[in-house]
Write a new protein. Sequence first.
Length: 174
Amino acid sequence: EMNQLLAMVKKKIPLLEVEIHTIYEDNNSSSHFHVFHDSFLIYKQLIRFAASSISSFLVDYSLFFFFSLVMVGNAGILFANVTARIFSALFNYEVNYRVVFKDEQSRKTSFWRYAVLAAAILTLNTVSLSFFVYALGINALAAKILIEILLFVFSWSMQKTFVFHSHGKGTVNL
């Protein structure tokens, strides 16, 4: 039901609320709702996205750590961030395409949408990292974690609605 409501809002289909009287017979013994299993089914895409994001973060953070040791100075941190982000973005795209969103559109279409989003996130990430490290004096490794957490929700919503959203006629894709 939640997916249908979200699809209606997205398609700008008007919603009308109608009050109904609910009768539970026999203490609702006929309900087939299973709290854990059904909740998992509702949230499994978000759980998969979180797992994909965490694994991509580990790739990104490990490479950032390695490159920041090799490259020193202000340019070194920015180089480390950009290089690590490129590798982790390629990894993240592949996992999200195959496992999280199980996208049915052509890889070329979703890849270029993902590339635009990745470039925007990289820009936000790099500007934020520079601000946190150089203006606020926060440790680069700690700042990197904070920024990644802040960009998680933005990335999820953009990938779900922009990157891996098929735009078929007459269908509601959730």
